[in-house]
Write a new protein. Structure first.
Length: 152
């Protein structure tokens, strides 16, 4: 029996993986004679740091995958209003965060275009922009619960 499912991919490779899974599932359904497309109760969310989705390559934008770019075009890691300072000054800040977050002096990437393959930078950005992510995940979860199209 098919059930609702929420697929979430994080970071550059996670985004590509979610796109590939979505394409593969659609092909598999077609090969089994199911022509109604991927059920609405299956949701696909791709989360990454850049505010604009990378649409280059063989797994460019895939229909049915919702992209969440965490930053906006004015975001930065360093500075008084940078992601690091915002995390350091937030209620989320505690000893746990200070142990793993990268020192801003050692981060030389423009987070508007990505975390520069630095997982900890991505985690800081996700912590600061968590409200944006939470809203999209809530919408996707609602679509899973209310979406139809599940067949045996």
């Amino acid at each position: 029996m098919l059930r609702p499912f929420l697929f979430v991919g994080c970071g550059g490779s996670g985004v590509k993986t979610i796109r590939m899974i979505r394409q593969r599932l659609e092909r598999e359904l077609l090969s089994r004679g199911y022509t109604a497309g991927v059920p609405d109760a299956w949701q696909f969310v791709a989360v990454d740091v850049p505010n604009v989705e990378d649409t280059r390559g063989p797994l460019a934008t895939v229909k049915g995958v919702r992209y969440v770019g965490l930053t906006d075009q004015n975001s930065s890691y360093k500075g008084d209003n940078g992601a690091d300072a915002r995390l350091a000054n937030s209620a989320l800040m505690n000893g746990y965060f200070s142990q793993w977050r990268p020192d801003p002096e050692n981060v030389h990437t423009n987070i508007v275009v990505g975390a520069g393959q630095q997982r900890a930078v991505g985690r800081v950005v996700a912590s600061v922009f968590h409200a944006k992510l939470k809203a999209v995940i809530a919408q996707a979860a609602s679509a899973c619960a209310n979406g139809g199209g599940l067949v045996e």
